[in-house]
Design a protein around this ligand. Structure first.
Ligand SMILES: [Zn+2]
Length: 177
């Protein structure tokens, strides 16, 4: 699961949110953070509007860089046209406007007057089941629930149901429980 947990405080409220790239986000493949709930997956609110206003409606985007196997952050206000100016983001003390910076567990992200922290990061890819390889097995003639036996099974009748054993057939093995 490629997911990330952000933690922040709004006045006396401690908030945290975990967003996974495997779930559908506003912009698939990225996690968007800002003040506007229609555009963001993590919505930053504050009871004091003068503080809340320092966060842009759509402020940052967090994405996974498969080459570096790390989450990165980019400032989405960097492309704003004048007279609007980019709203800086500070990550671990570094001002971020045009560049893309990696995030680590414990990274501090400052959006306006709001401070967020990366609480945890999971970069494990979703496990993919290996494709099943068909193998030859012998099957009994039971019309309801045929039973499969190894090719070396040399009985004439199925020892589970008693039906006569048929020849070898190509089957996809079922995972043994
Ligand atoms: Zn059988």
């Amino acid at each position: 699961m490629q997911q990330l947990t952000l933690e922040w405080a709004a006045a006396d409220q401690h908030l945290s949110q975990t967003v996974s790239l495997q779930q559908s986000t506003k912009n698939p493949g990225t996690i968007r953070v800002g003040r506007d709930a229609t555009m963001c997956d993590v919505v930053i609110k504050h009871p004091d509007p003068t503080i809340e206003k320092t966060v842009s409606g759509l402020h940052i985007e967090i994405f996974f860089n498969p080459e570096h196997h790390q989450f990165y952050l980019r400032n989405l206000t960097r492309d704003r046209q004048p007279p609007k100016r980019p709203n800086p983001v500070v990550v671990d003390g570094q001002k971020v406007v045009m560049e893309e910076v990696p995030l680590h567990v414990g990274s501090q992200i400052r959006l306006g007057r709001m401070a967020l922290q990366v609480k945890s990061i999971d970069t494990q890819p979703v496990p993919v089941e290996p494709p099943a390889v068909p193998i030859y097995q012998r099957v009994c003639g039971n019309p309801r629930t045929p039973h499969y036996h190894p090719l070396t099974y040399d009985k004439l009748n199925c020892d589970i149901c008693g039906y006569v054993m048929q020849g070898a057939t190509l089957v996809y093995p079922v995972a043994e429980v």
